[in-house]
Design a protein around this ligand. Structure first.
Ligand SMILES: *Cc1c(COP(=O)(O)O)cnc(C)c1O
Length: 427
């Protein structure tokens, strides 16, 4: 085959974009080179439907070992007894959990999308809103904190079978014990979706959801800094409480139902190259280097929140416990959409986001979400956050002034040359 210069030129350009810019999308990160090498490996050639030792294809002896290694390392990372590393993404992990524990039409309860929740927790446009009967809780108007009273009221009223906790745009920790108490009162299961803060939870910088939540799902590519993918976990296996059976009518342990819900329930062959990369990433997470990294993420987020607050920006909930901040831009007279567009012109990527009780649509929004996992991987420390915030402020205050934006972009590009990204790769 002739070298596909068209695609590889684009990949080279993407590397350049990543090197030159300040990446503040809270769900993004930069994997290590070895994670990418595992992903771009011959493991992609292998079909392996089934699980280690129980495959529907021959020749799985080696991929069995990488998949088992990924499972064992993940169990060690979170001190848990059950892990499934096959979900292709966070959304796939959540779909499998729903399939395992819910029947069509069952009520669910999750954080409203416009308050920081995720599509897969019951949004009308998502399978989770179409196949099940979704209900929602929100955050309090004054403080921007999870409204557990509302969660309890909604639970009593709608008697959900599954309560989702976890969010995509929430900067505070969760009271998992309280969620469990609410769930127990109505006989619901609790699923914690830790897609965003998983890396901080792994290093005990945030509360441990596993003691209280029956099932925990995550992505592997956000703060866990692995390849793009999903995982499902439980601290302890248990017999499913709703009398749900497998297709033969047997009552099964939850581990069994979850495994079957991933394959053959919602997926075919697993991505063994991605699973190998997950194993590499989980190995990295077990290192002291990652402990340092996770600690730095929280310090950087807090430094960023302080710098923003000093410039008069309104941070939802007043600060952060994790890796992100959500800013209400209404007092700055700029929409989230306009802010996102102006920032990207200066090679700063962040995303617009609805704020709680937003009066603008999801396309326009009043807010912007900033996260530090990626810039922390680049090597930024607390004192660099002031530079980043100054650039953001300069752009937002001059969002229509191309010459000012261009001047900031030059500064951004020069600044980023000190944080080397993938030096082993040529540009
Ligand atoms: C990112 C995210 C997901 C989905 O992950 P994908 O890999 O994009 O499918 C699920 N839940 C939450 C809370 C997320 O933030």
């Amino acid at each position: 085959m002739a070298r596909d210069t068209v695609v590889f030129d684009l990949i080279r350009k993407e590397l350049e974009r990543q090197r030159h810019g300040i990446e503040l999308i809270a769900s993004e990160n930069f994997t290590s080179l070895q994670v990418m090498q595992a992903m771009g490996s011959v493991m992609t050639n292998k079909y392996a439907e089934g699980y280690p030792g129980k495959r529907y294809y021959a020749g799985c002896e080696i991929v069995d070992q990488t998949e088992q290694l990924a499972i064992d390392r993940l169990k060690q990372v979170f001190n848990i007894e059950y892990a499934n590393v096959q979900p292709h993404s966070g959304a796939q992990a959540n779909a499998a959990v729903a399939l395992a524990v819910l029947k069509a039409g069952d009520p669910t309860l999750g954080l409203d999308l416009s308050m920081g929740g995720h599509l897969t927790h019951g949004a009308a446009v998502n399978y989770s809103g179409k196949l099940y009967q979704p209900h929602f809780y929100g955050v309090t108007r004054e403080e921007g904190l999870i409204d557990y009273e509302m969660m309890a009221e909604q639970a009593k009223k709608h008697r959900p079978k599954l309560i989702f906790c976890g969010a995509s745009a929430y900067s505070r920790d969760w009271d998992y014990a309280r969620v469990r108490q609410i769930a127990d009162e109505v006989g619901a299961l609790v699923m914690a979706d830790i897609a965003h803060p998983a890396g901080l939870i792994a290093k005990k910088l945030l509360k441990d959801p596993f003691d209280h939540c029956h099932i925990v799902t995550s992505t592997t590519h956000k703060t866990l800094r692995g390849p793009r993918g999903g995982i499902i976990m439980m601290r302890k296996d248990f017999e499913n409480p709703f009398g749900l059976t497998d297709v033969k009518g047997n009552i099964r342990m939850m581990s069994n139902l979850l495994d079957m819900a991933v394959f053959p329930g919602t997926q075919g062959g697993p991505l063994e190259h991605v699973i190998a990369a997950k194993a590499v990433a989980f190995g990295e997470i077990l290192s002291d280097e990652f402990t340092q990294y996770a600690g730095q993420v929280v310090k950087n987020a807090q430094a960023m929140a302080a710098a923003l607050t000093n410039l008069g920006y309104q941070i939802i909930s007043g600060g952060t416990d994790n890796h992100l901040v959500l800013i209400d831009l209404r007092n700055k007279n700029i929409s989230g959409k306009k802010a996102e567009q102006a920032l990207v012109l200066a090679d700063i990527t962040a995303n617009k986001n609805m704020v709680p009780f937003d009066d603008k649509s999801a396309f326009v929004t009043s807010g912007i979400r900033l996260g530090v996992p990626a810039v922390t991987t680049r090597g930024m420390k607390e004192n660099d956050m002031q530079f980043v915030v100054n650039c953001i402020d300069k752009i937002l205050m001059n969002a229509d002034d191309t010459s000012i934006i261009n001047a900031v972009k030059k500064k951004v590009n020069a600044f980023m040359t000190q944080f080397v990204l993938y030096p082993e790769m040529d540009a």
